[in-house]
Design a protein around this ligand. Sequence first.
Ligand SMILES: Cc1ncc(COP(=O)(O)O)c(C=O)c1O
Length: 383
Amino acid sequence: MIQPKKYAKATKTAPKGFKSANEFFKHVFNNKEMIWMGQNTNHLHKENEIMDAMINCVESKEYYKYPPPEGLSELKKLILEDLKLEDMDILITAGGTESLYLTMNDILEPNDNVITCDPGYLIIDNFASRFSNQVISVPIYSSENDYKLTLDLVKENMNENTKIIVLIDPLNPLGSCYTEEEIKEFAKIAIENDIFLLHDITYRDFAREHFLAANHAPNNTITIYSFSKIFGMAGLRIGSIIGSNEIINSVRTILINDLGTNVIAQRGAIAAIKSKHNWLNEITNTTRNNQKLIKDCVDGINGIFIPVYPSDGNMLAIDLKATGIDPEDIANYLLKKKIFTRQGTYTSKLFGDNYLRVSFSVPEKQVKIFVKEFKKAVEVLRK
Ligand SMILES: Cc1ncc(COP(=O)(O)O)c(C=O)c1O
């Protein structure tokens, strides 16, 4: 018999009417009419250079071969140039998810602890719990701390065993983002205590302004980069991990994808960075306008509010607490209308019954359908 691991994830509860979480996903994934506002994926790219590059890769049969294990050098160079971190080292991975796992596996020792925040992206806590003694998940769902980690909160919660401070920036699910001053403060605390910042910048390009911790604490920062969001490549599973040469050399010893990352995805990623200037403004203009449509709708409904507006990500939370509506009920209601959103429990252990998370990198006409149905849903479900 296989003993469950101490960090084994609780089996995800199946949404009403489904045998398991996977059955639920199969249902939403296969429904071609579903409006996809339940994952922070990006549905705004037209047929463009990214698609052409991947088609070329298929037609040339390049995928017959294994690519270089660390990733195509052109792609590594382009990512570092994109971030202006040309002096850092980098590995291509099968997404931010793999990069997060590698970070935890590489850095943590059994007595260490890790500071994360709630709400947050819970798989990070899970990965941290596999390799450390404790995950200190700091409650941040409050306007007193602008719905994000602050230096004071970190100081209150860290101790001599703290090894990593996780900064998700912008934050999934709220869209809060750190200022340059805050990033400098976190960098300082990391250097002073000889610990690491895990800077997850998955949503960086949706932000109005964004600052890299790696510029202020290059030897103490691991940066997590993803092609799933602004580049619209979630299903291709590609990203990277960036750090000092010392850190990345250490990660090289614990790799999972020893035979490299999907070469079709890498060709798409190269084209994605090269073509970014052609489409970035159009996509962020649409996401900003879309979130304004949602904000106008929310402002017109009594008792609900958006904790962080504007969001610097491609998602926001709508707080429903005062209406007595269970976010799971409204998510199920909307699902029946073919609109996929996420109840708060997906991104919070402490505040899951406060909010619904809504992603808005979808066409404007779909956001307009959401707004109409959401308004009706609150009327129907309000207690
Ligand atoms: C904060 C954060 N990091 C990482 C990821 C995963 O990224 P990837 O698709 O590159 O594995 C997500 C996905 O939603 C995320 O929200």
